[in-house]
Design a protein around this ligand. Structure first.
Ligand code: FEO
Length: 386
């Protein structure tokens, strides 16, 4: 429990030993499910937590309530990492009313088939308000940040923006670490596809006087808010944040890896900026996705396989495709001992993405890199940086 302002308390939970968030993202430092309580003439809970932390959350809530009863449960997002405890909360507190978007209310039976919400819900739309006494909550729709039913909530009294998944981050609150690193990995993997919708939310937020941002994951942002909003603006415009190159390779026996490392060294020597190298067979895929969006240039190096593309690269490109990757300059290296096919496959997938500038020609390695390949690699590095 942590005091955010005089009347607003953090009652979320740290999930430190979760193996994979959304059953796909490695979270070395866990994740927090944030929930807040506003104690005014009337009492409002903002979101619940994942069922893994339900018991802890109810205990925190009871303690923060100090014997009072909550009047409203504001549900900003129906994804189960925040909505899992809704029915149990409604059961425990019979006078509790659920406030959410029309679309969120329609989703309730998907998750709580046997619970009867009849007469206990209140739909809100863009600009609607809810007075708790001194605090007036103002609701703003944020569809597809990150599901269609999402809204954010602005507390006029304390100038707090409860921002749902926006401005969230991997990592428990008890672990002190740089915000941008894990917030960026979270953003591109979870909201990356929805840049336009994030832009729409930023536009709405720019009209509000915000003192603190209270997201559903990660720390409450209290100072220098322009820094966080600026990063979100860059990310959601699909602009590169960092001058640099991601060199991502998928290598079977090390020949492709050798070429990729060699090219990374050449790029570094030529002053390409930050260089990140990802072994797609072994690295955290979510981190490679993050770096692809972060840098302004990318090199893909892959082995040919079964007349196509070595699967770790295929997987990476499918991830980029589904996250709406765009607006970058990309160079390709393929390897093939008898019939190189990786370059063709990578190019075809990149060509389905928006505003990708492919550097030509593709450099072809046969088996292991030879002295005679160095010239082609140098030329590729120059062409990528041109
Ligand atoms: Fe943190 Fe989209 O749920």
């Amino acid at each position: 429990m942590k005091q955010i302002t005089r009347d607003v308390v953090y009652i979320g939970a740290d999930d430190a030993d979760l193996d994979l968030f959304e059953s796909q993202y490695i979270v070395p430092n866990g994740i927090s499910y944030n929930s807040y309580l506003i104690l005014d003439e009337q009492v409002a809970i903002l979101d619940t937590v994942d069922r893994r932390c339900g018991a802890e959350w109810f205990a925190e809530l009871e303690q923060a309530l100090g014997g009072r009863r909550p009047d409203y449960l504001v549900v900003q997002h129906m994804e189960p990492d925040h909505s899992a405890c809704i029915a149990e909360a409604m059961e425990r507190y019979p006078a509790l009313r659920l406030v959410a978007t029309e679309r969120a209310l329609r989703m309730l039976p998907l998750y709580f088939e046997s619970f009867d919400f009849e007469g206990r819900t209140q739909a809100v739309g863009e600009g609607d308000t809810l007075s708790l006494g001194a605090h007036t909550l103002q609701f703003h729709m944020a569809p597809m940040v990150h599901w269609p039913e999402v809204m954010v909530t602005y507390d006029r009294a304390d100038r707090l923006l409860f921002s749902a998944d926006a401005f969230g981050k991997f990592g428990v609150l008890s672990h002190d670490e740089d915000w941008a690193c894990e917030a960026r990995r979270y953003y591109f993997n979870i909201c990356g596809k929805y840049g336009n919708q994030v832009q729409a939310l930023l536009k709405k937020a720019s009209k509000l006087d915000i003192a603190k941002i209270c997201p559903l994951h990660g720390p409450v942002l209290e100072e220098n808010l322009g820094y966080y909003v600026g990063l979100y603006d860059t990310w959601s415009r699909y602009e590169a944040e960092t001058e640099g190159v991601l060199v991502a390779y998928a290598s079977i026996h090390g020949g492709t890896a050798e070429a990729a490392e060699m090219l990374a060294g050449m790029l570094d020597a030529k002053g390409a900026g930050k260089i990140a190298v990802a072994d797609l067979s072994r690295c955290d895929m979510a981190e490679a996705i993050e770096d692809a969006f972060r840098m302004n240039r990318m090199v893909l190096a892959a082995a040919s396989y079964d007349g196509g593309l070595f699967p770790p690269m295929l997987d990476f490109l499918h991830h980029l495709q589904s996250k709406g990757f765009r607006n970058r300059r990309v160079a390709l290296i393929e390897n093939g001992s008898w019939a190189p096919s990786a370059g063709r496959e990578m190019a075809a997938l990149l060509d389905t993405m928006k505003d990708i500038e492919r550097v030509t020609p593709v450099v072809t390695i046969r088996g292991r890199m030879k002295q005679s390949d160095l010239g082609a690699l140098e030329a590729l590095a120059d062409a990528l940086l041109a």
